[in-house]
Design a protein around this ligand. Structure first.
Ligand SMILES: [Zn+2]
Length: 180
């Protein structure tokens, strides 16, 4: 059996009232929501392995819960194009070589060549790559971009995308449980 403190840190995926995966929280917070009636357990047919016991309560801990109230999404705006936000979007890695030290911002099409200071034209680049690339496009410099830069997306949407792509899918709705 798992140690209680480990159980309390287990991740629970939260779905919105409309059954959209919106975030991941720990068991402690999930239990609070369940006890307050703000969430219900979602049953995808999987076995619950975790139980939390207190003197007067034994609770099976679900892996998925659904909010019972309409969660008001916080208003979210596309962040401004600055060093901090660009590095965050690019996971603090140079988009040319993967280096995570001495990061700068590179304009893919240099400003001097008409490139714009927009999300589609900025990437994190290490000092070395940036200096080597200099006043050239990646093509001219013979460099390859790891990703096509684009504006960050709403964190909830990003979470949902990642969730549906990850192996956290319960077997019932996963793609590999279909047998002929
Ligand atoms: Zn680099």
């Amino acid at each position: 059996m798992a140690i209680a403190s480990q159980v309390l840190e287990q991740p629970v995926v939260v779905f919105s009232q409309n059954y959209l995966p919106i975030s991941r929280i720990n068991v402690k917070r999930a239990i609070a929501l369940l006890i307050l009636g703000k969430a219900e357990a979602l049953d995808f047919g999987q076995e619950t392995e975790l139980f939390v016991r207190s003197p007067n309560l034994v609770m099976a801990v679900p892996s998925y819960i659904r909010l019972t109230f309409t969660s008001t999404e916080r208003i979210w705006k596309i962040p401004p194009v600055n060093r901090r936000e660009v590095l965050r979007r690019d996971n603090y890695a140079c988009q040319y070589c993967g280096n995570n030290k001495r990061l700068t911002i590179d304009h893919v099409i240099p400003l001097s060549k008409g490139g714009l200071h927009t999300w589609n034209n900025v990437v994190a680049a290490c000092e070395q790559c940036n200096q080597y690339k200099s006043d050239r496009t990646p093509h001219q410099a013979g460099m390859l971009l790891h990703s096509k830069p684009k504006a960050p997306i709403h964190p909830t949407v990003a979470f949902a995308e990642k969730f549906w792509r990850s192996e956290h899918l319960p077997p019932d709705i996963g793609g590999n449980s279909i047998s002929c």
